[in-house]
Write a protein that binds this ligand. Structure first.
Ligand code: ATP
Length: 349
C-alpha cells in the first residue's frame, strides 16, 4: 500500500498500491526499467520501501518476521540466483535437507521436479556455471517449488528459454498453479505471458500502475494509449486524428481523438471501396496470417492490417489497396493525456 522507492534521489517506483489476491496469478507487466524487479525485491524483503507497507497474508513485513515470511515464499529471479558451489541437484536439495528430509525422499522429489521443469537427469550433477541460462532457470524453478511455498514471486522466470520451451514451461506453470493453488506474483515484460498466465494483469510504466484487471478487460478496454499499444501482438494501430479516413465518428471532445484499431480489425478491400486507400509498403508472412504494412494516401499515416485465412490475398508491395476498419471495434483516446474516451455512440465499444 502506497509503496515508494527511489534510488539516489530518482523515483523508481510509486506511490503504488496493488493487491495480489490469494491463489491467483497476478502478472505485473511493463517495459524494461519500469520498476518490476524493484517491486518484487521489495515484496521479498531484499529492499526496503521509503514509504508504505507491504503485507503478506495480512501480516505486515518487518525486520522481525522477514525470515518466517520468506520461508513461505518461493522467489525465482531472471538469472536464477543459484548457489554457484552447489550442483543443480544440491541447489534443489538444500532446503529439504535443512528441514531434515531423508535422502531417499529428496532423490525422488528432485527427480519429479526435474521432469516437471523439463530438466534431463544428466544436468543434475552439474554446477550452475556448467549450465545454460535456460537450464539454470529451470533449476531455480525446481528449487522454488520444492519449498512448497504459499506464494511464488517470479521475476521473468522464463526469459532465458527459447520460444518453444518458453511456451511449454508457461503451460507447465499454469498447471502447477492449478495443482498447488498457490498465490503467484509474476513479473514479465512479455505481454503474451501476462495475458495467458495472469488471472489479473497489472500494467506498470515508470513505476506507476497504468491499469489493473482481468486480461481480457485490459485487452478490450485499454485505459490509455500506453496499455493499448503494449497489450496485443501485432500491436494496435494508433492513428493521430482521422488521418484522412472517411469515418463517421461520433463527435468527441477533443474533436480529433487518437484512433486505436487492432491490425486484425483492418480489412483490405478493392481500392476506392473502403475508408481510405493505402499503399502497401511491407508484407510479412507469419504463416497463419500475413501482416501488411500500409501508408495511407493523403495523410501518410502508417497502418498495419492482419490478413488471415488460408490463401489470404495479400497484395504485393507497391500496390494500392482499400482499407476498411471494423468501426464497432475502434478505440478512441484523448490526444492530450492519452486516456480512453468513453462514448455511448456506435463506436463506443
Ligand atoms: P527490466 O525488465 O529491465 O529488468 P524492471 O522493470 O525490472 O526492468 P527495475 O530493475 O525495477 O526495472 O528498475 C527500475 C528503475 O530503477 C530503473 O530505472 C533502474 O535503473 C533503477 N534502479 C534499480 N535498481 C537500482 C539501484 N540499485 N541503484 C540505482 N538505480 C536502480
Amino acid at each position: 500500500e502506497q509503496i515508494e522507492r527511489s534510488f539516489a534521489g530518482a523515483r523508481a517506483l510509486g506511490p503504488l498500491t496493488l493487491e495480489a489476491q490469494a491463489q491467483c496469478v497476478t502478472a505485473v507487466l511493463g517495459p524494461s526499467g519500469c520498476g518490476k524487479s524493484t517491486l518484487l525485491r521489495l515484496v521479498v524483503g531484499l529492499l526496503q520501501p521509503d514509504a508504505g507497507t507491504i503485507s503478506i497474508g495480512g501480516t505486515p513485513l518487518t525486520a522481525a518476521n522477514l525470515r518466517g515470511l520468506r520461508l513461505r515464499t518461493g522467489y525465482v529471479i531472471q538469472e536464477g540466483g543459484l548457489f554457484p558451489h552447489l550442483t543443480a541437484y544440491d541447489n534443489v536439495a538444500l532446503l529439504p535437507r535443512d528441514l531434515g528430509r531423508g535422502e531417499t525422499w529428496i532423490a525422488a522429489r528432485v527427480a519429479e521436479l526435474a521432469t516437471l521443469c523439463h530438466l534431463p537427469a544428466e544436468f543434475l550433477p552439474r554446477f550452475p556455471a556448467q549450465l545454460s541460462g535456460g537450464q539454470r532457470q529451470r533449476v531455480a524453478l525446481g528449487r522454488a517449488i520444492v519449498r512448497e511455498p504459499k506464494a511464488f514471486l517470479l521475476d521473468e522466470p522464463l526469459s532465458n528459454l527459447d520460444a518453444r520451451l518458453r511456451a511449454e514451461m508457461r503451460a507447465e506453470l499454469a498447471r502447477l498453479h492449478r495443482r498447488l493453488g498457490a498465490t503467484m506474483l509474476y513479473v514479465t515484460h512479455d505481454q503474451e505471458e501476462a495475458l495467458t498466465l495472469g488471472d489479473r494483469v497489472v500494467v506498470l510504466r515508470d513505476g506507476a500502475v497504468q491499469q489493473a484487471g482481468p486480461p481480457l478487460e485490459l485487452y478490450e478496454r485499454p485505459a490509455n494509449v500506453f496499455v493499448a499499444g503494449f497489450l496485443g501482438a501485432p500491436a494496435m494501430n494508433l492513428l493521430p486524428g482521422a488521418s484522412g479516413l472517411a469515418l463517421d465518428l461520433p463527435s468527441t471532445r477533443p474533436p480529433e481523438p487518437v484512433i486505436g484499431v487492432r491490425p486484425g480489425d483492418v480489412a483490405l478491400v478493392a481500392p476506392g471501396t473502403g475508408h481510405a486507400d493505402a499503399r502497401v509498403e511491407v508484407v510479412e508472412v507469419l504463416g497463419h496470417a500475413t501482416l501488411v504494412h500500409l501508408r495511407l494516401a493523403g495523410s501518410g499515416a502508417a497502418l498495419r492490417a492482419l490478413v488471415t485465412g488460408a490463401g489470404s490475398l495479400a497484395p504485393a508491395i507497391g500496390e494500392t489497396a482499400g482499407v476498411r476498419l471494423a468501426t464497432e471495434r475502434l478505440h478512441l483516446f484523448d490526444p492530450r493525456d492519452g486516456l480512453r474516451l468513453e462514448l455511448s455512440g456506435p463506436t463506443g465499444g
